[in-house]
Design a protein around this ligand. Structure first.
Ligand code: PMP
Ligand code: GLU
Length: 384
């Protein structure tokens, strides 16, 4: 426990909230959560569930209707045949990830994690007895893992590859070819793959984000897809996410969950069911808003001398290189974020939390007014 780091994203958000509570005009661009309210028809379904008395334990792996809806939604979008028995509904995608690591990793198993990576991956792997092997990627490659780099990192203990596309923290989206060639390595080296596809519907410029197991025959048998409603339907507080994987593994994960946490909230499950089976226009609408904000943020950041960032194809993060500013000040990204919060009252997250010192992450899940004001302050601070 002493070696476990707290979540840097949540810690920064808590600091920003504390400052705001003391009356300071803080622009919090730290934590990654959609700023839109949960759509009203989803909230109505939760209210109806309460009134109908759906307030008791449910099957540990989730109510049958929701498992069916997750399978049907994924099958429709991916083209793969999926049964409800392959789905386990958990308390958010974070819990789903923890379940998958616990089920699959033995003590000392190595998990290849391309860096920059989302803060919780390395700590969750360690909690499950695994060893995260952090593989640096380059901004020149759009922070994408290349198959030859993956091959070079393999050892007899390599058990798993972790992929996140669209990516938190970089916003980068892998192409089908890029994912397919990583799939080839996974097949050759007999790896399990966790494909974190929680942002798969938040993609820009007409892109689509292919689901990893669709790219090569045989990947379905070795992949755990992780997703949920948190980002797609602006439901972060409801705590519903899931794994989709081969049935025997899903059964094991369901058993694990039945002992550890029982079912996720019955009311939230009914809300998630309404999200998946109800009108989908709300998703397209939020996605359009994120794309507009992406245009604003990417344009403004790229115009600041010395700042570099990759092409943001999805999610709601800008991960930018400020090494020249850090070198001038002789400070780390963490110190820079501290100083930015103190002097300009803008909260970002240091790249070091994502395994990429020299960079910072900005969430653009905020209004255009807030983003514009935040960018003014960031530009002023970088100029100073
Ligand atoms: N994976 C990624 C890449 C994320 O950004 C998040 C957001 N915290 C999660 C998983 C966890 O999602 P949830 O809030 O549903 O636990
Ligand atoms: N995914 C979000 C982020 O990276 C939520 C915070 C968290 O769960 O760490 O900021």
């Amino acid at each position: 426990m002493a070696s476990l780091e707290p979540s840097a994203t949540l810690a920064m958000a808590a600091r920003a909230q504390a400052l705001a509570a003391s009356g300071i005009d803080v622009i919090d661009l730290s934590v990654g959560e959609p700023d839109f309210p949960t759509p009203p028809h989803i909230c109505a379904a939760a209210e109806a569930a309460i009134r109908a008395g759906r307030t008791k334990y449910t099957p540990a792996a989730g109510i049958p209707d929701l498992r069916k809806a997750v399978a049907a939604d994924y099958a429709r979008r991916s083209g793969l045949a999926v049964t409800p028995g392959q789905v386990v509904v958990s308390n958010g995608a974070k819990h789903a990830l923890h379940n998958a690591f616990t089920a699959l990793l033995d003590e000392g198993d190595e998990v290849v994690v391309p860096a920059p990576y989302w803060v919780s991956y390395a700590e969750l792997v360690k909690l499950s007895g695994g060893r995260p092997v952090l593989l640096e990627t380059r901004i020149e490659d759009d922070f994408k893992l290349r198959p030859e780099a993956l091959r070079a990192a393999l050892t007899p203990r390599t058990r798993m590859l972790l992929l996140c596309s669209p990516s938190n923290p970089t916003g980068v989206v892998y192409t089908p070819d890029e994912l397919g060639s990583l799939g080839d390595v996974a097949l050759e080296a007999d790896l399990a793959v966790i494909a974190d596809e929680i942002y798969d519907q938040l993609v820009f410029d007409g892109r689509s984000s292919p689901s990893f197991p669709t790219l090569r025959p045989g990947l379905v048998d070795r992949t755990v897809v992780v997703a949920g409603v948190s980002k797609t339907y602006s439901m972060t507080g409801w705590r519903i996410g899931w794994t989709i994987c081969p049935e025997p593994l899903a059964k094991a994960i369901g058993n694990l969950q039945s002992q550890e946490t029982s079912n996720p909230s019955s009311i939230s499950q009914h809300a998630a069911l309404a999200a998946l089976t109800g009108p989908q226009e709300c998703v397209a609408e939020m996605c359009r808003a994120f794309q507009k904000r992406r245009d604003l943020v990417a344009g403004r950041l790229a115009a600041i001398p010395g700042v570099r960032l990759p092409e943001i194809g999805g999610a709601f993060y800008a991960f930018f290189d400020i090494r020249s500013a850090l070198a001038r000040g002789g400070i780390s990204s963490a110190h820079w974020c501290e100083a930015l919060l103190e002097k300009e009252h803008v909260a970002l997250v240091a790249g070091s939390a994502f395994g990429a010192e020299g960079h910072v992450r900005m969430s653009f899940a905020a209004s255009e007014e807030k983003l514009a004001a935040g960018l003014d302050r960031i530009a002023r601070f970088l100029g100073a």
